[in-house]
Write a protein of this length. Sequence first.
Length: 273
Amino acid sequence: MAIYAVGDIQGCHTELARLLDAIRFDPAQDQLWLVGDLVNRGPGSLEVLRLVKSLGDSAITVLGNHDLHLLAVSTGAAELHRSDTLDEILAAPDRDELLHWLRHQRLLHAEDGYVLVHAGLLPGWTVKQAAKLAREVETVLRGDDYATFFARMYGNNPHGWDDGLTGYKRLRVITNALTRMRICTPQGDMEFKFKGELHNIPADYLPWFDVPDRASRDATVIFGHWSALGLMLRDDAIALDTGCLWGGPMTAIRLDDRELFQVECNSPVAKHW
């Protein structure tokens, strides 16, 4: 069995289908690990959801911030943005089935020394702790009161972790770290406005994966979310958001030998990311 990790899709269904052809993906033998943001901004979000759902256990996906945004909009907890391309999903005859499936996906997957997450891990979190915290949010997402979670999900505070946090503040910090974080201080205080390249990171902040003595450094964290960072291959971190939405390629990596596979963007929504 081969495991292929794939970067942010964001509704780029044509490119995903071509990438699966390029890697000769066989759902009977292989497995896809998807870093989240299956939907939004691209033209084929509905088709992406249907495709990934149809793969069953041969696809493992973690939720990204755009996936959570779709779920929040579907409950009335958030409004559509001008650049959103989610109307087709919300009007689809299988809408409820797809959203139920999406709501039951993971925020973090850990296996054989790898961690799959959309954005990152706070530097003080071990993999075991991060997985346990992710389960807390997943339990709420899958429960009867998930709409209340989405009503309380948005916000940048608290901007750091405290073991004493409770309630929706606790769930918000966990969600923000796993689905929105790019940079933080060495102490783990997150900043959410920055989306740019490494040389433009604000003073006193670091990429979360470069914080000295990060507690999860013994694992290989596979993530996306940061298209301006692009492809990064390290022993302790693999970044796979290569900006297909903005004109870059869509990228997959075969984990057993780290061979890369890429397909070019068909119709970018913009020329730069």
